[in-house]
Design a protein around this ligand. Structure first.
Ligand SMILES: [Zn+2]
Length: 257
């Protein structure tokens, strides 16, 4: 299957739509292409350009600003670790799906000063916990700006073990129990922080609901009546708190509303 919802118009493999060419996101964060492998880790070349739909570039730039803030304010060392570059394996491809419009982005790495997150290596069971948590933090900030986030644990077509796919095929922003981009983040966080043993992407049952409510409680959302299922702004509050907690290696509840 292709990414996102497929309709007849999407079946075409021709590149289409408005486009801009950029070798950076946000003000000046370079894009670098993954070219090779060093074991499990992607190796990236120098700064390069990709073609984007302007809307996807804008959303990616917002994501980059959030990642930069995360590095500057919440690195476990207490030092400022600005975002240095973003790795990718492609934006506009002439193939069926959102990529043909430049509306999807394939993320391979996030590099801050002195630290990074590799989208192939760091979600796996064998990864260090701190690496897994940094991956979770990246996913949470991506979900703030992209409706669909496919990754190693949300991989409907088996192609996302080595990159994170972001697209705008879904504009609804509130947390949706049945939407795997949302459900998998809740499961991953519950398993990491609450000792839950939920199957990631295995459905929203009683166990998920219980863990989710505990999470809202610890993050201070419950006290304030902020329910992420009721609005995108509330969901983004939850995602940003989870991202800070995970990136910093803090405990759930150290960062509250
Ligand atoms: Zn993709």
């Amino acid at each position: 299957m292709t990414h996102g919802r497929v309709e007849d118009a999407w079946g075409s493999g021709e590149c289409a739509g408005e486009e801009i060419e950029r070798d950076h996101v946000s003000d000046s964060v370079p894009l670098r292409h993954r070219l090779a492998w060093d074991g499990m880790l992607g190796e990236h070349g120098g700064r390069h350009s990709e073609r984007f739909h302007p809307e996807a570039w804008r959303q990616l730039s917002r994501t980059a600003r959030d990642l930069d803030r995360l590095g500057r304010e919440f690195h476990p060392s207490g030092e400022e670790r600005p975002l240095e570059w973003i790795g990718d394996i492609g934006v506009k491809h002439c193939k069926p799906g959102w990529h043909r419009f430049g509306l999807a982005f394939d993320l391979s790495r996030v590099s801050w000063k002195g630290t990074y997150c590799d989208m192939n290596a760091h979600w796996r069971d064998g990864a260090d916990r701190s690496d897994r948590l940094r991956y979770l933090a990246v996913l949470c900030l991506c979900r703030c700006h992209f409706g669909v986030v496919l990754h190693g644990r949300n991989d409907p077509d088996g192609s996302h073990a080595n990159h994170v796919h972001l697209d705008r095929s879904r504009h609804a922003n509130r947390l949706s129990e049945g939407h795997l981009s949302d459900q998998t983040l809740v499961h991953m966080a519950a398993n990491e922080y609450l000792g839950a043993d939920l199957i990631v992407g295995g459905g929203w049952g009683e166990g998920t609901e219980r863990s989710y409510r505990t999470m809202l409680d610890r993050l201070g959302l419950a006290d304030r009546g902020l329910e992420p299922r009721e609005g995108g702004d509330r969901f983004r509050v939850m995602l940003r708190l989870l991202a800070r907690t995970a990136f910093q290696g803090a405990e759930l509840g150290d960062h509250r509303v």
